[in-house]
Ligand binder design. Structure first.
Ligand SMILES: Cc1ncc(COP(=O)(O)O)c(C=O)c1O
Length: 350
């Protein structure tokens, strides 16, 4: 990708920094399926510690992490409850059904945020006709919800409700790092309300590969076996884990820059007639917005911006997403804002 192109399509498009590559090159490795990779072991211990959980498991992707969690927590014929726009339900290729025989009961959250009152009465009765309600999954920050932060008190209320009803609570925390930096609430505090937590190293933290699933030690033993079943057992994975360790040690605090850059771009969107932030506030590094029909479609806007060297994602006929990340500087965010102001509405749909 030439440096003149600013790629905001996803926060997964980052490339390893020189420091990260050096850490990968120097990584001590062994066979991780034999549990002999010291770098993977170190990463797993570090993540468990950061999240205040007994153990963690390094896995190739956020999708695998969530799906291992679901498989380990459930039996075929169980049901999980989640927001209708969450990643687990929309973007994991039907994983709960395909990999675990689990149905999803979706709740219409407020930009991804569910309120405990929406869960009241959603536990199925012990009746032979019914699936068994077993698991609740939350997402923080919420991707399709516009990078929204889950208010802590809503999590606390949902956690109390799941406990009262004998259910399990899992967090898709692909971007939990962003939530911590945006709020100052420690990772451990966020994680403490959940039985299990999945985090990604390959989003804003900038590692090329990998996620981790954290939880009780016995759960992780079970999860390790399922990782093998799903084909996620890796051998000298320390080369990859070294990048994740480097990211965790060096790239968490800097997410504040991504959040500040997102505000610059969000302001340009707010200032541009025909574009509308959805939700109207940007909490972290994801900027979701909609295009009025008189400007054309999201594809038209994406094409007009691409012609000026700015890549954004057309996520629906009128829906768009732009993400700030490690490879977008403050100066580039200003350039994006200027490009939006000067391009959209001038050339698009005119
Ligand atoms: C909220 C959320 N969860 C999970 C994932 C899955 O991660 P992966 O692409 O590593 O499978 C993503 C990916 O973008 C995500 O946004």
């Amino acid at each position: 990708m030439p440096d003149s192109i600013i790629d905001l399509r996803s926060d997964t498009v980052t490339r390893p920094t020189p420091g990260m590559r050096a850490a990968m090159q120097a990584a001590e490795v062994g066979d991780d399926v034999f549990r002999e990779d010291p770098t993977v072991n170190k990463l797993e211990a570090k993540v468990a510690d950061l999240l205040g959980k007994e153990a963690a498991l390094y896995v190739p992707s956020g999708t695998m992490s969530n799906q291992i969690g679901i498989r380990a927590h459930t039996q075929p014929g169980d049901e999980l409850i989640c927001d209708v726009n969450c990643h687990i339900y929309n973007y994991e290729a039907g994983g709960p059904a395909v990999l675990s025989g689990v149905t999803c009961r979706t709740i219409d959250g407020d930009y991804g945020i569910m309120d405990v009152t929406q869960l009241e009465g959603k536990v199925r009765p012990p009746d032979d006709h019914c699936v068994r309600t077993r698991l609740v999954c939350l997402e923080n920050t919420h991707n399709r919800g516009g990078g929204r932060l889950y208010p802590l008190e809503k999590i606390q209320a949902i956690a109390a409700w799941t406990r009262k009803n004998g259910l399990i609570l899992h967090l898709d925390g692909a971007r939990l790092w962003n939530a911590t930096v945006a709020t100052g609430i420690p990772l451990k505090e966020w994680a403490s309300y959940f039985d299990t937590v999945s985090v990604c190293f390959s989003k804003g933290l900038g590692a090329p590969v990998g996620s981790a699933l954290a939880g009780p030690r016995e759960f992780i033993v079970k999860a390790r076996r399922i990782r093998k079943l799903f084909g996620g057992g890796m051998r000298q994975a320390g080369v990859l884990a070294a990048a994740a360790l480097y990211a965790v040690e060096n790239h968490i605090e800097r997410l504040a820059e991504d959040h500040a850059n997102a505000q610059v771009i969000a302001q340009a969107i707010m200032d541009t007639p025909g574009l509308r932030l959805t939700p109207p506030e940007v909490d972290t590094n994801l900027i979701w917005f909609e295009v009025d029909h008189d400007l054309g479609t999201s594809k038209d806007v994406a094409a007009a911006l691409k012609a000026k060297g700015v890549l954004v994602q057309a996520s629906g006929p009128q829906k768009m997403r732009a993400c700030t990340h490690l490879d977008v500087s403050a100066a580039q965010a200003v350039r994006v804002a200027e490009t939006i102001r000067s391009t959209v509405g001038q050339t698009v749909g005119a």
